[in-house]
Write a protein that binds this ligand. Structure first.
Ligand SMILES: [Zn+2]
Length: 349
């Protein structure tokens, strides 16, 4: 509560002094990109092992209302084009992006976007499209969550401990597993899932969109971008595997959608010089990272676009509901300055 009151006082000060309006005016020459992952009802958000990656439909609705009023919203490819060509727009250009391509995006985010007449970009893990099993990282994370709730511990490397005791968090286990070879990781996930058996439950929202959903979302004017083939950490891969993730995912999505896929999003925000080169060779027009900030120089670094990671809790007012002023502070960079946030990298998935 104290935090919310302080944030609200800072917002009032920035508004009254005209600082917020001045900073928003500066956004007109830039490209503002927001990064969301999942939209889930409050109960599902609270149960998810990385609640920071989730906003509720109510919060998303409040964000969309502010964004529609203050920005000219376009899917990434169109926004990047307009920004690179210095197209004059009445309001600053902004993009709403979603990482991973969960079904909750189609079921709960798209209707809110439609209500406000907004179009967004959805970055999809291509090889998981239409797969009924949730992504391995959610299976492993949930399994650790269940084991802990049963009083069983898990070591950071995923080893299930016999005796109850301190346990690594689901997040720590998943973060360590992401760095393993795919076969090791699959074995680890299978072991964790087998250990909890029927106690592991998933909802429709937890799967990656079906091809029908992807085609429908695309037909409604939204953009489908690539979030790699299988969500591997790209700099850890050899050249051949890297090519399959960057170029192969583009082909898979283009064939499935029968449309061009022009934008890319690095899994976990991780990339290296080879990845940047391949993104260009593959024919993507631009790519987004998890570095925080607005993109200021017209068309510069097209494969290293910055985004604002949207954290629902940080954008809440004193009553707990989404605050329009907090979102405005966030997107002008004033929140990072005022609250001395760690600004280089965001929570990632
Ligand atoms: Zn991701």
């Amino acid at each position: 509560m104290m935090k919310e009151l302080v944030r609200s006082a800072v917002a009032a000060g920035c508004r009254a002094s005209g600082l917020l309006a001045r900073r928003e005016a500066q956004l007109r020459s830039g490209l503002t990109i927001l990064c969301y992952h999942r939209v889930l009802p409050a109960v599902e958000k609270a149960a998810y092992f990385i609640p920071d990656l989730v906003v509720t439909p109510e919060a998303f609705e409040a964000h969309c209302a502010v964004l529609a009023r203050r920005f000219h919203l376009l899917p990434l490819r169109e926004a990047f084009d307009a920004w690179s060509r210095r197209t004059k727009t009445d309001k600053p250009i902004a993009v709403i992006t979603f990482d991973d391509g969960y079904r909750d995006n189609a079921l709960l985010a798209v209707p809110v976007l439609a209500k406000h007449g907004l179009r967004a970009t959805f970055f999809v893990v291509a090889d998981l499209a239409g797969i009924e099993a949730p992504p391995w990282y959610d299976q492993a994370g949930r399994a650790v969550q269940v084991l802990r709730s049963q009083g069983r511990g898990v070591a950071p490397d995923g080893t299930i401990l016999d005796a109850p005791g301190p346990s690594a968090s689901p997040r720590e286990v998943v973060a360590a597993a992401k760095k393993r070879a795919p076969r090791d990781r699959a074995a680890l996930t299978a072991r964790l899932v087998a250990a909890v058996g029927d106690a592991l439950a998933f909802s429709e929202n937890d799967r990656i969109m079906t091809w029908d959903q992807l085609r429908t979302v695309h037909r409604q004017g939204h953009e489908i971008g690539s979030h790699s083939a299988s969500h591997e950490i790209l700099p850890l891969l050899d050249d051949e595997a890297l090519r399959a993730e960057v170029c192969g995912s583009k082909r898979t999505l283009e064939e499935g959608l029968d449309a061009a896929v022009d934008t890319f999003c690095y899994p976990n925000g991780d990339y290296d010089a080879r990845t940047l080169r391949l993104a260009g060779e593959a024919g993507y027009q631009c790519a987004v990272t998890t570095h925080r900030g607005s993109n200021k120089e017209h068309g510069a670094a097209p494969y290293e676009l910055k985004r604002w990671f949207i954290h629902e809790g940080r954008l809440a007012g004193p009553g707990g509901a989404a605050s329009p002023s907090q979102l405005r502070l966030e997107l002008t960079g004033l929140a990072d300055k005022a609250f001395a946030r760690e600004t280089s990298r965001a929570v990632t998935s």
